[in-house]
Design a protein around this ligand. Structure first.
Ligand SMILES: C[S@@+](CC[C@H](N)C(=O)[O-])C[C@H]1O[C@@H](n2cnc3c(N)ncnc32)[C@H](O)[C@@H]1O
Length: 363
């Protein structure tokens, strides 16, 4: 590409003049003049008038390649162009980063190239250690099925695994750090805005009733909601966090160890009401069991205080057409004069949505 060699001191002004006349090729930039340290090279289009090119030496030089935008720019290191374009519609366009892990869903048709995808992602994301195929959540504990694809070991990429590589990671969310292990416990970074919303709603309730809150999270996972709530000043008097998955509970204990006002248990949420000391003692109840909420609700609602304003915040997966029926169904389980809002947060499948509901009781 042709460049004008101009004195460094004038380069910005000359560049601006050329750019205003549209004589700079798209996506190019000023580069050093390799033959003279006091000069810089400005790229120009072929039709730049002679009146300009006569003023400065014209030099042929290569523009540096633009930095890669996506892992797909690195597929060519491993694959033929023909294969890359054959599956152009299928290369994954989304992935989730958790700590130094990338979790990516891979369509069946390009499964043969999964380790190439992993390596290309390691090239693109230099702070990532391990890329895993995400086959979705399974079982009662909603743990993701994760298959390792490529791991950065020193400066090499490893693609054969005899043991499952380490997936315990620390995440940082709104300045707060905590541990999770997506191979052992449910975790979604995509729920971080929900956690922020939980704090706002709790603040509102605390202001309304004039004291700090007793909060119950009986499906707490590794405790991401409680980590944020407990770290918020003047909000929580006592927090109960429990889960049925012992691995999640161990991580939650680690995450909440600096809070003496938090009690962590491994227990079935439906059995907490058997402890009479807990019934009717909480101001806030979080219920994050999106596929079984309707059957679980009657067994956890009694944990809320009866004669004081309380808050119930839950997440549920439903068809869009079922939203108003579900809202009525939940309302029937609540005391008279409760208000309930339900809103779509994101799509879950082609017909279903993850919705959040928030009910205000006794307000
Ligand atoms: C969708 S996850 C939510 C986890 C956490 N609240 C979060 O946002 O990361 C549901 C959690 O409920 C737990 N779980 C499933 N059945 C349960 C039960 N009967 N009692 C307590 N926890 C249960 C699972 O182990 C899982 O950690």
């Amino acid at each position: 590409m042709r460049h004008l060699s101009v004195p460094s001191i004038d380069s910005a002004a000359i560049f601006a003049t050329l750019r205003d006349s549209n004589w700079i090729p798209m996506g190019t930039r000023i580069i050093p003049d390799p033959s003279d340290a006091s000069r810089r090279l400005i790229p120009i289009i072929d039709t730049t008038p002679q009146s300009i090119t006569n003023e400065f030496p014209v030099i042929e030089a290569e523009q540096p390649k633009p930095p890669s935008q996506s892992y797909r720019d690195h597929l060519a290191k491993y694959l033929d162009d023909r294969i890359i374009s054959q599956y152009s519609e299928l290369w994954p366009t989304r992935h989730e980063i958790i700590g130094d892990l990338i979790l990516v869903k891979i369509p069946e048709e390009i499964m043969n190239y999964q380790s190439v995808i992993g390596q290309a992602m390691l090239h693109q994301h230099t702070r990532i250690r391990l890329v895993l195929r995400d086959d979705g959540v399974a079982g009662e504990y909603r743990v993701r099925q994760l298959i390792p694809l490529a791991e950065r070991v020193n400066s090499e990429f490893q693609t054969h695994f005899t043991t499952h590589p380490e997936t315990l990671v620390q995440v940082k969310e709104s300045g707060i750090k905590y541990w999770t292990d997506p191979s052992k416990a449910y975790f979604s970074g995509r729920l971080s805005t929900e956690r922020e919303g939980t704090i706002s709603s709790c603040f509102e309730l605390s202001k309304h009733i004039g004291h700090k809150l007793r909060i119950c999270d009986p499906y707490a996972g590794v405790g991401p909601a409680l980590v944020h709530l407990l770290a918020t000043e003047n909000l929580v008097e006592f927090a109960w966090g429990s889960d049925l998955n012992i691995d999640a509970v161990e991580l939650m204990k680690l995450n909440l160890k600096s809070y003496p006002n938090a009690r962590i248990e491994c227990t079935d949420a439906q059995k907490i009401v058997e402890n009479q000391e807990l019934v009717g003692t909480f101001d806030v109840l979080l219920i994050n069991i999106p596929h079984s909420i309707i059957s679980h609700l009657p067994k956890v609602i009694p944990l809320l205080k009866e004669n004081s304003p309380t808050l119930l915040r839950g997440w549920i997966v439903i068809d869009e057409t079922d939203i108003s029926i579900t809202q009525k169904e939940i309302a029937k389980m609540l005391p008279e004069f409760s208000t309930i809002d339900i809103s779509i947060r994101r799509s879950y499948s082609s017909t279903q949505h993850l919705c959040r509901f928030e009910a205000k009781l006794n307000h």
